[in-house]
Design a protein around this ligand. Structure first.
Ligand SMILES: [Cu+2]
Length: 277
């Protein structure tokens, strides 16, 4: 068979393979991609991961088909003399086709990715102190303060009360203000689809809207010293009434110590000598 015959077969097998795999990617694999759909940021990431998979599917199928076709079609038969194939110097149509399709795919992903970041208010990633896009409506600010080796949380609209538990009301738009008191940490709430750098002196904003109640994991995702691996806790998304009760309890419990805390600020610069004891 000549070159054109082989190319035609590979193209046909790629089209058939893509037609089989693509529905599986869209309807089975895609919806189960991480991090799950428990928040608007999580849903947006699942959607984006599905689109990435859809774009890469025809390319992946083509490469697998090409390898398998070559293995079975161009193998040396028994008794056949082993020798190199003909030397090929350039093949303009396939060079143009490969460059054109991959360029279109990459440009599409670059534009799609940028648009998704803007449309989804940073999609759960830290957007810095002045995010380019902000969600409309009322926003509940929650400050995340990282330090070696724990997270604490401050609620500025509730008297700046600081607690060791992260509790969020369901259905409310949250603005995490992530900062650090010492080393560089990273606030990673996997099930919320939120991951934001915690840098000292920086107010890093990440938006999220929880859609379901339940618990979620909080981990430090930046190697931050000896007990980095111990720097985790479990947060909760609860109903609005339950949140109101909880925050009232926290305010009551922490009012006696409130006067020893610094006033609520976007970031803190603690005295190193005081920290050293
Ligand atoms: Cu840390």
């Amino acid at each position: 068979m000549n070159l054109r015959g082989h190319a035609g077969r590979i193209a046909a097998l790629t089209v058939i393979g893509t037609a089989i795999v693509l529905p599986l990617v869209i309807f089975v694999l895609g919806p189960n991609m991480p991090p799950g759909k428990r928040t608007n940021a999580g849903s947006s990431q699942v959607h984006d991961n599905t689109v990435l998979l859809v774009v890469m599917t025809p390319f992946t199928v083509f490469i697998i088909v090409y390898i398998l076709y070559a293995v079975f079609t161009f193998r040396a038969r028994s008794g056949e003399e082993l020798r190199d194939g003909p030397a090929i110097h350039g093949h303009l149509p396939s060079q143009i086709a490969w460059l054109a399709t991959t360029t279109i795919a990459i440009l599409f992903l670059a534009i799609f990715g940028s648009a998704e970041l803007l449309a989804s208010n940073g999609s759960g990633g830290g957007s810095g102190p002045s995010p380019l896009t902000k969600p409309g409506g009322s926003v509940l600010p929650v400050q995340v303060i990282a330090q070696q080796w724990e997270f604490t949380y401050r609620y500025p609209t509730y008297g700046g009360v600081e607690t060791a538990q992260l509790v969020l009301p369901v259905g409310r738009q949250i603005a995490f203000h992530v900062t650090s008191l010492d080393a560089i940490h990273s606030f990673w709430a996997y099930e919320l689809g939120v991951k934001a750098d915690a840098n000292p002196g920086v107010d890093n904003v990440a938006f999220v809207k929880p859609k379901k109640t339940g618990t979620f994991q909080v981990r430090c995702a930046e190697l931050c010293g000896l007990w980095h691996g111990y720097m985790f806790d479990t947060g909760r998304v609860v109903g609005g009434a339950q949140f109101a009760t909880w925050i009232a309890q926290q305010r009551q419990a922490f009012t006696p110590v409130q006067k020893y805390l610094p006033k609520y600020a976007p970031s803190y610069s603690p005295d190193p000598e005081a920290r050293a004891g």
